[in-house]
Design a protein around this ligand. Sequence first.
Ligand SMILES: *Cc1c(COP(=O)(O)O)cnc(C)c1O
Length: 376
Amino acid sequence: MMSDLSTMTNAARALIDPEAMVHNIQVMRRKAPNSKVMTVVKSDGYGHGLASVATTLAPFSDAFGVARVEEALTLRRAGIQLPIVLLEGFYEADELPLLVTHQLTATVHCKEQVAMLTQASLSEPLPVWLKVDSGMHRLGFQPEQVPEALAALNACDNVAADIGFLSHFGCADELDNPITQAQIDTFIQVTEGLSGERSLAASSGTLFWPQSHFDWVRPGICLYGISSRIELTGEQLGLKPAMRLTSRVMAVRELKAGEPVGYGARWRSSRDTLIGVIAIGYGDGYPRSAPDGTPVWLNGREVPLAGRVSMDMITVDLGPDATDKVGDEAVLWGPELPVERIARLVDTIGYELVCQVTGRVPRQYLALNAADDAAV
Ligand SMILES: *Cc1c(COP(=O)(O)O)cnc(C)c1O
């Protein structure tokens, strides 16, 4: 009983399905059949577990994309040998030798980074993507600054030949927004006649803007089975959700009509009913902003959240005739209950909810269809 610590994790868990991720990357590859795939695994693989996600997707990837040097080092420690692109490059000159040692690829988006590269003395030249601001206006060189930055990088001994060109969309999830085509046109103009590889599309570009595929696509969220457009679910895009966030019923309690539940007495029952207390809360990353009525999947049906989300618990209205028991498994989101639905109710996007699942929630890797057999 005490021998296996893994059997103790019977509260909140995130079950991660490697087969779903493999399915999803194949869907994305088919959308951009002539492009290489830079698999984006920043922010702990969007909350799915960086090293495990990368190990699962490496055979189907041409490179990985991360936001922080630490993330890249985690990938190298996990034995990943593919190119790893730091999508925001480096922050300080001190990091540059580390980039060389671990064979990381830098994005260069500003003149300060060009100066750091010019002044460094590195044992080997670094492969570099030059980031172009094609209209999002967050990072990157303005079109008119590109020739000067490119000349400086080409002249720099610390920079490897074949500099690539990368840019990012601001509105690619809005299919009728003219900004996206304008960004594509700007990117084509800026890179016209230059020899390096080009990359513009993340998930939405890959799915909805085939004229943005170029040499490399950089999907992130869709690999996890989540839609990059808030109006749709991953399933509607042919994707399979890779995370099932679950926990267990820890108490079933009787509640009289007119009585409240939880902090602030936000919710009151209109009838005598049964309340299920489930062991998950904002301390696990379940959003505190979830309103009454937010669905929770339990024993084959949806039950509504009733009362405010606590740090470690939520309460749901099971109904007067419920037969749910302590120990029953509830699903907060997953194949049964798209995370996009929960996201819409709390006025955010699926990206934020999966990234917010906290460190105290164990990630377990298994095919979700066989979750009940293989979980323990
Ligand atoms: C996060 C990120 C991506 C992946 O975006 P998704 O919408 O998750 O597909 C691609 N490129 C860059 C530069 C990013 O920062």
